[in-house]
Design a binder for this molecule. Structure first.
Ligand SMILES: *Cc1c(COP(=O)(O)O)cnc(C)c1O
Length: 359
């Protein structure tokens, strides 16, 4: 097991300043005092694990990632539980996906124990930053090609870093439901591409569609498949579910959809609640027709950051339509409550998903 030892402590933090930042952290705005770090090169493999003060990196202007985007990341949360202990939610799944993403971008794979240990040690040293109440500590492990050279080939060196950010609600103002924009022109992922890898380039490429969504008064984008521009795939950073009487539909995984851990967990929870779950293709036209006929009861998006977020309205160049009664429907609420109760330790961990930390 690697030892992410503290090589340097951050300057003492003013407790009052921390408390005021924690009072209303928003999402991804506030960061803790330290970061975990490790390096890779061919001769040594993974080495130099450490925890040190969070701060700017000094990079050569020829650093590979700045030119060819060899970068991947993960996102997971630490939750404070009623007894004061702290736990992660299925972090082994994040470690596994990090390896799958690395493989797709021709990067070295980080062993699971390095992933888990880096995250755990960072949380331990920055535990004062874990919010109480409904907040949580969002962890962002990432890795990039750090060798300095020009040329399209894999970097010979990599830097792995974990930073942490106390978070409240993902959507500003803690919205109960969102309006989403169907992106008809811009696609997120093509067959054979990198859609199922959590790599930075995917998100850069989705930004114009996101801008179009904002311009049309929407909070998020839903992307269609790149081949037929017909089938619903997912949002910019969340998977999607459609709720019918006794059944849930979610688009099937493939190389154009990010395999969300929240998505997988919802499928298991829904089964245990006696709901049928169909992983099958569902078109934007059918979505509109089913919403208008009332057959479709709810639609919701899911991901670690925003948990389960109901979609109340959909807009596109073809016009808009509303879903169900507009707000959070009973299926989304039931699943969201069940998931949060497991994550925050308010319900038994019957699926064995909780990873308690010894801190
Ligand atoms: C991270 C992400 C998700 C959600 O994955 P979780 O593991 O549930 O957090 C879904 N879609 C995209 C594009 C993502 O980047």
């Amino acid at each position: 097991m690697p030892h992410f030892t503290v090589t340097q402590h951050s300057a003492p933090v003013d407790a009052q300043e921390r408390a005021s930042k924690l009072a209303n952290p928003g999402f991804g705005q506030v960061f803790t005092d330290h970061m975990a770090m490790a390096r890779w090169n061919e001769a040594q493999g993974w080495h130099a694990p450490e925890i040190r003060p969070r701060g700017p990196l000094s990079l050569d202007p020829a650093t590979a990632v700045l030119h060819y985007a060899q970068e991947i990341f993960e996102g997971l949360k630490a939750y404070r539980r009623p007894d004061g202990s702290v736990a992660l939610f299925r972090p082994q799944k994040n470690a596994e996906r990090f390896r799958t993403s690395a493989k797709r971008l021709q990067m070295p794979m980080l062993p699971e124990d390095w992933f888990l240990e880096s995250v755990s040690q960072l949380i331990a040293i920055d535990k004062e930053w874990i919010p109480t109440g409904n907040g949580s500590l969002y962890l962002r492990p990432f890795m990039f090609g750090s060798a300095a050279f020009l040329g399209v080939k894999p970097s010979a060196e990599y830097l792995y870093i974990v930073i942490a950010s106390p978070v409240g609600s993902y959507f500003s103002g803690g919205k109960e439901s969102v309006t989403i924009w169907i992106s008809e022109k811009i696609t997120r992922a093509a067959p054979g591409g990198t859609g199922s890898a959590k790599c930075g380039g995917n998100y850069a490429a989705s930004l114009p569609a996101q801008a179009e969504a904002y311009k049309n008064g929407c909070d998020q984008v839903v992307f269609l498949d790149a081949v037929e521009r017909r089938w619903i795939e997912e949002l910019g950073g969340m998977n999607i579910f459609f709720a019918f009487e006794g059944e849930l539909i979610t688009p099937p995984l493939g190389d154009t959809i990010l395999p969300g851990i929240t998505r997988a967990s919802i499928i298991e929870m829904a089964h245990s609640m006696g709901l049928k779950v169909s992983e099958r293709a569902y078109s934007a036209d059918q979505w509109r027709a089913d919403a208008e006929s009332g057959k479709l009861l709810e639609t919701f998006a899911c991901g670690t950051a925003a948990v389960i977020t109901p979609i109340a309205e959909v807009r596109s160049e073809k016009g808009s339509f509303k879903i169900g009664k507009g707000g959070a429907g009973p299926v989304a609420v039931k699943l969201r409550t069940a998931l949060l109760d497991i994550q925050f330790g308010r319900a038994p961990d019957k699926f064995n998903w909780v990873y308690p930390l010894k801190i």
